[in-house]
Design a protein around this ligand. Structure first.
Ligand code: GLU
Length: 502
């Protein structure tokens, strides 16, 4: 297909919602699949509810998800004179009219119609009015003059439902185009913008299905070609109710803060309503390659946090440790401080990454490394009744650490920040860990101990936790001095005296 152009048109009245992100993604990949363009339009004409911080959040979140517009962002608030000129044109051609009915009067009309079991539509009081200048100085709206009483219907073929959806014109209200304050309504501005910016396909939530015939009427009346429409079913929570804050995180930025990777979110969102065979893991490139509207589901999608976590752990596992450190630091607001970007931190991140479902979880698992103030919990000492032989072991283990070759830890003075030689840094890291492993096994063997017997006490001494990264990796990452401090502290706790030196 040629010259495909799609758009995402959010109103900046809240943070980018997960449903909005999916709509943006569908539009983006549809355009890219067809060699077309994708644009972002901020629908900020609701001045009371629109906020700059939401606008910034939408732009940032889309960027984070790699949904990058091909043209400059359009802001509806910059285009008020354009909408006004089209309203004037419609007035002049008698296709729109001024309406002077007050809110109270409209409310009265509505109540009356409802009580008579009739559809509450505008009664047309001002439809044929020819107001003079004086009247025009009083508050008024501009309404669209629907072509009614002709038996005609207005409709469109929905590309997802694969169905023609049409409404009899008589069922369509003379809807407002311009409000009392001179601001265009959504249905009016959206048509002018989509038409003038050459949008060919509109993929949006099915909550807009009822707006589409009104918009088609405007396209026809204004002499524009109507684009194609595809309405996507909504996203529901596990309880079958519309996804909301009750179900947990709903905004993209919240997922970022909770330690989700953009690749995981994109992969998850695309599968939320679209499928490519049984493929679960899909990169943006693959999604663009395979995406089609035919395989978007007609039914509502159910949000499944477990699956998102599963995808997230997949993407965490696939990243190199230095990248993960950067990513963790990128969301560090919630944490104590930034992680050092060095080979020691990387070695731990590498071994912990397969056990963390989010970056936040990964950061928590690193806490014992970052924070020297380990709190050995009382339960440890009641669960394991450490005795003299444990103390004797700790003494020998301390000696073993002391005697480890310093070269192992300074890694021949390579650039430990990886920036100059990442590959080499990772290789040296592996060599150092292997040396510690060999030495430690030798130490156990000579003393006739097994790893199984001694792993727990070492783990507890170093981390205060029963589960930790492999011991050799901890030794390497902590370095001699910190290992010894921790052995001393743990020894002291066993003895009931804090900080007793061995
Ligand atoms: N601003 C509208 C919304 O956020 C856009 C709907 C559309 O895509 O036409 O719902």
């Amino acid at each position: 297909m040629n010259n495909i152009k799609t758009r995402f048109a959010p109103s900046p009245t809240g943070y980018l919602h997960i449903g909005g992100a999916r709509t943006a993604l569908f539009n983006y990949v549809y355009a890219k699949h067809n060699g077309g363009k994708f644009v972002l339009r901020i629908e900020d004409t609701d001045f009371e509810r629109s906020e700059k911080r939401f606008e910034e959040d939408i732009i940032e979140s889309l960027k984070w998800l790699s949904i990058i517009p091909d043209e400059e962002t359009v802001f509806q608030s910059d285009r008020l004179s354009i909408y006004r000129s089209y309203a004037d044109k419609l007035l002049k051609e008698d296709k729109a009219y001024y309406c002077f009915c007050s809110k109270e009067l409209l409310e009265e009309d509505r109540n009356k119609l409802t009580s008579e079991n009739k559809k509450p539509m505008y009664v047309g009081r001002c439809r044929e009015l020819k107001p003079g200048e004086a009247l025009l100085k009083t508050p008024h709206t501009i309404r669209f003059k629907v072509n009614r009483n002709t038996g005609a219907a207005t409709g469109f073929k929905d590309l997802i439902r694969n169905q023609y959806i049409s409404v009899n014109n008589d069922e369509i209200d003379d809807f407002v185009l311009v409000r009392e304050d001179g601001i265009p309504t959504y249905n009016f501005a959206v048509v002018i913008d989509d038409a003038l910016t050459g949008i060919t396909h509109i993929i949006r939530g099915d909550d807009h299905v009822s707006n589409t015939p009104k918009q088609i009427m405007l396209y026809n009346t204004l002499g524009f070609n109507a684009p194609e429409f595809a309405h996507v079913s909504m996203i529901l929570g596990a309880d079958g109710k519309r996804l909301s804050k009750r179900h947990g995180a709903t905004s993209v930025n919240q997922y970022k803060k909770e330690g989700f990777l953009p690749e995981a979110l994109v992969n998850y969102l695309i599968r939320l309503g679209w499928s490519h065979g049984n493929d679960e893991i899909l990169s943006m490139e693959e999604i663009i390659k395979y995406f089609d509207l035919k395989h978007i589901s007609k039914s509502a999608a159910i949000f499944n946090t477990e699956k998102l976590l599963w995808l997230n752990s997949h993407y965490i596992k696939s990243k190199d440790p230095f990248t993960l450190i950067d990513l963790i630091n990128d969301i560090r607001d919630d944490f104590q401080g930034a992680l050092n970007i060095d080979i020691k931190t990387a070695s731990l991140v590498d071994s912990l990454k397969s056990r963390a479902k989010t970056l936040v979880e990964l950061r928590q698992k690193l806490d014992f490394f970052v924070n020297d103030a380990i709190d050995y919990k009382d339960e440890i000492f009641s669960e394991y009744s450490f005795n003299e032989s444990n103390l004797a072991f700790l003494k020998l283990f301390r000696k073993f650490i002391e005697e480890l070759n310093n070269e192992i830890f300074n890694c021949g003075n390579v650039d430990l920040t990886y920036k100059t030689d990442k590959e080499n840094a990772l290789k040296i890291l592996k060599n150092s860990i292997e040396s510690i492993k060999a030495g430690f096994n030798d130490f156990l063997f000579k003393n006739n101990w097994t790893m199984k017997e001694k792993a727990m006490i070492i783990r507890l001494a170093f981390s205060g936790e029963k589960v930790s990264p492999p011991i050799y990796e901890i030794i390497f990452a902590l370095g001699k001095e910190r290992c010894i401090q921790r052995i001393d502290k743990f020894y002291g706790c066993i003895n009931g005296i804090n900080n007793t030196k061995v």
